[in-house]
Design a protein around this ligand. Structure first.
Ligand code: FES
Length: 217
């Protein structure tokens, strides 16, 4: 078992009404004999409930046992999944989870600047740490599947795209004020369309996308 589990653990966990509603919907997607396949969605339900109740999105050990009971599987099958996937936090984290993608496309588009801006704005000195005020935890993650709008900073479940140092610092300050800026491209890109808004190869509306990309500061 991961040593990440050696922390102060709550003694009890029970799904609340909101989680029960989500679980009912999730389990309806699986044949009853295959409900073990719902282990990852249920771990997300646990994490989200912990966030609602404690402002820290993590999965306590006792909650893994509750998931195992609900899915009628051995607890070890839940532990091994929760400790394998990096999106599950096995210890308490800050109220906002800053996850910077540093895989090659994001790195080429400036993820180092995003990491540095996160540290500057939160006072965090090392990836994996939580800020002294308990508001932010900074993690480095692998490709988030949104490379077209690199670099990506994921905050909890939201993707903030086309980030740079200034937009990262502004985002963190807004979160600190209790605001939740609109996720998505932070430079006005439409979904993952080219930066210059060209949407057809027949009738170019502006410069080529590569020229447009070079113009991004
Ligand atoms: S490399 Fe960062 S989203 Fe794919």
């Amino acid at each position: 078992m991961s040593d990440k589990l050696v922390i102060k653990q709550p003694e009890e966990f029970a799904f609340d009404a909101e989680s029960e509603k989500q679980i009912e919907k999730i389990l309806s997607k699986y044949p009853p004999k295959r409900k073990a396949s719902a282990v990852i969605p249920l771990l997300y339900v646990v994490q989200d409930q912990m966030n609602r109740q404690t402002k820290s999105a993590w999965v306590p050990k006792v909650a893994m046992q509750v998931v195992a009971e609900r899915l009628e599987i051995a607890p070890i099958r839940v532990y091994e999944i929760a400790s394998f996937y990096t999106m599950f936090n096995l210890k308490p984290i800050g109220q906002y989870h800053l996850q910077v993608c540093t895989t090659t496309p994001c790195w080429l588009r400036g993820s180092d600047n995003v990491v540095a801006a996160c540290m500057k704005a939160t006072g965090i000195e090392k990836i994996g740490q939580t800020s002294n005020d308990g508001l932010f935890t900074l993690s480095e993650v692998e490709c988030l599947g949104a490379c077209a709008n690199a670099p990506i900073l994921q905050v909890d479940h939201d993707y903030y795209e086309d980030m740079n140092a200034a937009s990262t610092e502004a985002l963190i300050e807004a979160l600190r004020r209790g605001e939740r800026p609109k996720p998505g491209s932070q430079i006005g890109r439409l979904n993952s369309a080219p930066i210059d808004h060209q949407v057809s190869s027949n009738k170019p509306e502006a410069k080529s996308s590569s020229e447009g990309a070079n113009n991004v500061k």
